[in-house]
Every structure is written in C-alpha cells, then in structure tokens.
Design a protein around this ligand. Structure first.
Ligand code: HPA
Length: 244
C-alpha cells in the first residue's frame, strides 16, 4: 500500500542542484508562504532551506513557515540534510551520519510555535528513530556507511566558530557543528512530525584544520549530493511503503 501524503525533504547547502526544481508549488502558512518542489518519481516534496538560489542565510531562514507548510501538506516525516563541521576524529570529512541529539547554542531565532500558550514539548529524543532506521536501512542497501548517534551542536552563524568554541563544544559532548538544525527539529517535534537529519561532514571544525571556508563546505557537499539523494529516496520508499 502506498499513501498520498508526501515526505518532506529539507535540503541545505550544496545539494539543491541534485533535485528537480521544475515543479514549484506555493503553500500558504500562518508564518508566510513557502515554495515546495514536487518530485516526479518519488513521494516527497523538497524545500531548499536557503531558497532555490541559496540566498537566505541560516539566521534568516523562516523555519516556522517551512515546517508549518509541510504540516499543511499532511507531511508526517521530514528528512533534512545538513552540512556540518566534524569535531569527532572518528567522523571524517566526506562521511555521512545521523543526528541522535542536539545541543542548542543559537540565541536569536524564533524557536517555537507556542509563543502565546503554555506548552512544553518533550525533547528527550529529538530525532525520529523510525526515520533514522529508514535511512540506515537505505544506506545498507546502497552499501553506504552511515555513522549513527552523532551529537549536533547548533550555532547562529553566519560566521564559523573560533577554535576555542570548538574545544568547548567537544568537551560538552558535541560531535558535529552546524547552523541550521535548530530550531528546525524542535519545530517539527512541536508539530508531531518525525524528523531526521542526514549529516555530511564537509570539513574539520575550527582549530582542527587551518581555516574553514564556505567554498570548501559547498564543494564537499556537492560531491556528496548524488549519494545523499539516493539515500533519501531509498528512505522515502521505505517510509511510504513504496518499496520495490
Ligand atoms: N561550522 C558550522 N557550520 C558548518 C560547518 C562548520 O564548521 N561546516 C558546515 N557547516
């Protein structure tokens, strides 16, 4: 049995070019309208997090509109992609992984749908085990190594971190650092949407290599994009019961 509600795929830096952006659809939400892109062969829609032309910086993304738009489409699962700097020597540049936990170091973002009511959302396990399992199973079929259990530290950006900040994040238990994972996962959880993030280590975090650049991040991410797309499509098939 297949079903009609699409999986939401929120794609980040570097992978936009690998997806079909020829079928835009405008979805209105209480937080603004969002353009989602229907994918022909698979049962999912794509939202390029930074816009189709990569012009929206991490701190200016309308995270609430993106999640609210997916909710309107009836989306029950979100698979996101995130470029990250690795702070864990065992998770090497070019590696793919799954987030298990996050530590939030953002300070200036709209972090909730519940601004006007007293609602506290359990965040013990922010990422969906079910969606992570679908991704792990797709990775196994593709023969792709996918490192599980990573702790994602989120910063506001748009600057990269200082070497001292990375030392601190490592001490606190972080494995990877990025700028967009929070509040995206939090907002999905508030809406009861199962959310998972495919992490791509695009660089060693600050202080672990001489300097960090956006060019390097984009280049490594673009290199991984094709595989990330196949992984996502495999997981989508698993989640929607469209396994062949
Ligand atoms: N820091 C923050 N965000 C990132 C990094 C990084 O090193 N690499 C890719 N996104």
């Amino acid at each position: 049995m297949t079903r009609s509600t699409p999986v939401g795929v929120i794609i980040g830096t570097g992978v936009t070019g690998h997806f079909d952006l020829s079928r835009p659809k405008n979805v209105k939400s209480a937080f603004g309208s969002v353009t989602v892109y229907e994918q022909a062969a698979e049962r999912y829609v794509v939202i390029p997090r930074h816009g189709a032309e990569h012009k929206v910086p991490p701190h200016a993304i309308n995270y609430r509109a993106n999640i609210a738009a997916l909710e309107r489409l009836g989306t029950k699962e979100v698979i996101a992609t995130s470029a990250v700097g690795s702070m864990n020597r065992g998770f090497v540049v070019g590696g793919l992984g799954l987030a298990e936990q996050f530590i939030d170091f953002t300070r200036r973002r709209e972090v909730t749908f519940f601004g006007d009511e007293v609602r506290h959302t359990d965040m013990t396990n922010p990422y969906s085990r079910r969606v992570n399992e679908a991704l792990a199973s797709a990775a196994m079929k593709l023969g792709v190594k996918l490192r599980a259990g990573l702790v994602y530290v989120c910063t506001d950006g748009p600057r990269f971190e200082t070497a001292a900040e990375i030392k601190m994040y490592r001490k606190l238990g972080g494995d990877v650092v990025g700028m967009t994972g929070v509040p995206e996962v939090v907002l999905a959880k508030e809406k009861g949407i199962d959310y998972s993030s495919v992490l791509v280590a695009t660089n060693w975090a600050a202080g672990m290599q001489p300097a960090v650049s956006h060019e390097e991040v984009s280049k490594v991410m673009e290199g991984a994009g094709k595989l990330v797309k196949r992984l996502i499509e495999g997981a989508v098939r698993g989640l929607t019961g469209d396994e062949r």
